[in-house]
Each structure stands twice: as structure tokens, then as C-alpha cells.
Design a protein around this ligand. Sequence first.
Ligand code: GSH
Length: 219
Amino acid sequence: MKILIGNKNYSSWSLRPWLVLRHFEIEFEEEILLLNGDNWKQNLLARTPSGFVPVLEDDGLVIDETIAIIEYLADRFPQYNIWPDDMGQRAMARACSARMHAGFVALRSAAPMNIRGNFPGRIDAKVIARDMEELEKLLVPLLVNSQGPYLFGDFCAADAMFAPVACRVNTYGIDVSPRLKNYFTAIFSLTAFKEWQGAALKEPWVIPEGEMDFIQVQN
Ligand SMILES: N[C@@H](CCC(=O)N[C@@H](CS)C(=O)NCC(=O)O)C(=O)O
């Protein structure tokens, strides 16, 4: 089984299924397809169905789209609770994951994941206010219900879906409620997350579009 991912510092979609693979100790190989440099897009188009990462290759299958990769892993490894065991909780976990996959567009574009970046106070709070309100309304009741540390108690795929949001909140110093702050701390404390973060911090590549000065000029 092999996962094709983007640069670890920037590729928020790649982080999600990678975290599931690593956290549940599934054996896999990884290959980074750079999201920068000469001909990076042509290379991506040549190696992936849609020209986007992540992509999972397994047993002759080539699967793209983050949610589909996670669902495949859950089917392929039913011995792990990639989704919660309880049917109702599983439905809730899929629902909030789908909301993340399809939504939070303002937050995602104004505050791209940049793990090594440190840009507190440099995002216009008004631009992301509605998304941050929606995030609190979505996640806090789940955390109250589960009593933490993760959305459904133990770490599951839904938490992987929100891990890049934790990174964004950290990089841009975005205000969140104490409950969300604790939740993001729990994500940062995962061994699998620390491994990804350590690798991201060592990467030499800089993508201007993911750096604050570029974003502010664009806006
Ligand atoms: N809908 C896709 C989105 C994947 C995506 O946007 N990946 C980014 C990297 S994080 C990418 O490949 N970008 C290449 C490009 O923008 O051309 C998924 O859920 O996997």
C-alpha cells in the first residue's frame, strides 16, 4: 500500500489520510509529489487520476479524494476503529467530516496550512468569522458529548479531517474557545501528528502561495 502526498508543510489534504494510516499503524509506503518546482503540475497529472494529492495505491487500485481513501481504509481494516464503532456516532463522525470536506472555504483560502509558519494576528478576523463560528457550533457539542479528548472519545477519522484546522489556528494565532484549544492540543499530542510535523519542519521547499506576504498581497 502506498500513499502519494504533497509537501508535508503545506498539503492539508495529504495530512488527513496519512494520519489515519500512521495512527492505526497500518503498513504503508509514502512518496512526496512536490507541489512546487519545475513542472510540478505536469508531474502530478502524470502520476495521479485528477492531478491532485493524496492518492492511495493498493492492490491494483488507485484511489483519490481524501474521504474515499479514508472510507477504503475503514473497509480494508475493519479491525481498527477508523470510524466510531457505534452506528449513530459513526453517522455523526461522517457528517462532520463531510462538512469539513465540502465547507470552511473562507478559512481554507485565507489561512492555508503552513506548519512551519508563525503569523499571529495577520489574518483579517472578519474574513474567517463565519467559518470560525460554524466550527465552534459543530465541534464543541461533539466534544461535550464525548468528554474528549477527541470528537468521539478516541481518535478517529473525523479528528484526522480537522487536524489541518488545528494547524491553521496555531499558525495564524486564531482565537478559539478553551474547549477547542484543548482539542487541538490533543491533536498536536498524537505521536503520528508529531511525526508529520517533524518532517514538515525539515522540508526545504517554500511555496509562495502558502506564505503570508503573498496571501496579503492577493487580498
Ligand atoms: N478534493 C481533493 C482535494 C485535494 C487537493 O486539493 N490537494 C492539493 C494539495 S493539499 C493539491 O493536490 N493541489 C494541486 C493543485 O492545486 O493543482 C481531496 O479531498 O483529496
